[in-house]
Design a protein around this ligand. Structure first.
Ligand code: SAM
Length: 283
């Protein structure tokens, strides 16, 4: 188990219950639906009513216009823009915080120039913690809006002139092309959704396409890999199941493999299950 909100100090899971969660991102308090929050809330309604923004599963309601316009949050050395988007997203998944630190350390520990592929990269949080003087990053997402947002986050974080390739494409189409071109990567980061849509309407299904994706990753992995991290939110898969899928790409790895449930610790001590992760790195 990994508790994730020690690295992202400006984030707080204030309360959860009645299938909702109340979170603070750099002081902006947001209420959103949360199917996993099946217990009772621990804080009174008066606290929940103070939320600056509420997403009811369909629409946003704003009590503070600053949320509507978007605001900045700081995570260690990174600065990221948050803004309400369709589906209740804000541009960040705080449960990934344990991976951001792990990725940054894995890049640093290599002590050589490495090339990293970040697929399903959304607004670029993992990219920000991968980008370093000794790394080049290929950031890929099927959504142009997300890639533009990620680029802005890199600029806000002072990484605008770093070696980052920004790609809008379908992950399978792109990796197939990279394989044919003989391109190799030393590190891979994947956070695939259950379902998604590629650039040209091509559909992504975790259940159907995960095996094929990992095979492709195995083909583009360099002979001296540095790290591999995959996370997802499939309720039917255990961390162990996910780590087994890494067998496809683990040949070149001489190091530690770990898998765990991603947890967000709330202020009242309860934990919110927020997906699973499997990762390995050469030590
Ligand atoms: C769960 S989010 C990833 C979150 C991100 N890794 C983070 O930690 O902030 C899933 C992302 O996958 C992208 N996506 C969905 N289907 C895709 C596909 N076929 N190829 C590339 N990206 C895809 C979506 O646009 C979305 O940004």
């Amino acid at each position: 188990m990994q508790k994730t909100n020690t690295f992202y100090k400006n984030y707080e899971l204030i309360d959860l219950g009645d299938f909702k969660k109340l979170e603070s991102f750099s002081g902006m308090v947001v209420e959103r639906p949360c199917p996993q929050a099946s217990s009772k809330r621990s804080l009174p309604d008066s606290v929940w009513e103070e939320a600056d923004a509420v997403f009811d599963g369909k629409d946003w309601r704003f009590n503070d216009v600053k949320v509507q316009e978007g605001w900045l949050t700081k995570i260690d050395t990174a600065t990221v823009e948050l803004k309400p988007s369709s589906g209740g997203q804000l541009g960040i998944f705080p449960e990934q915080a344990a991976n951001w630190k792990w990725i940054r350390d894995a890049v640093k520990e290599q002590g050589r120039a490495i090339k990293v592929f970040n697929g399903f990269a959304y607004t670029g949080l993992s990219t920000l913690f991968t980008s370093a003087p000794n790394s080049s990053v290929c950031h890929l997402d099927a959504s142009k809006t997300s890639v533009t947002w990620a680029k802005k986050n890199a600029e806000l974080s002072g990484l605008g002139s770093n070696d980052i390739r920004w790609i809008v494409d379908d992950v399978m189409t792109f990796l197939t092309r990279e394989y044919k071109r003989g391109v190799k990567y030393d590190g891979v980061i994947l956070d695939p959704p259950a379902f998604g849509r590629g650039k040209d309407g091509k559909t992504w299904s975790l259940k159907k396409n995960l095996g094929e994706l990992l095979e492709l990753c195995g083909l583009v992995l360099s002979p001296k890999p540095a790290f591999f991290v995959i996370s997802c939110h499939d309720q039917t898969m255990s961390p162990r199941d996910l780590s087994k899928t890494l067998n496809t790409v683990s040949k070149g790895f001489r190091g530690r493999v770990e898998s765990f449930e991603m947890l967000i610790q709330s202020s009242n001590g309860s934990s919110l299950k927020s997906g699973i992760c499997a990762r390995m790195k050469v030590s």
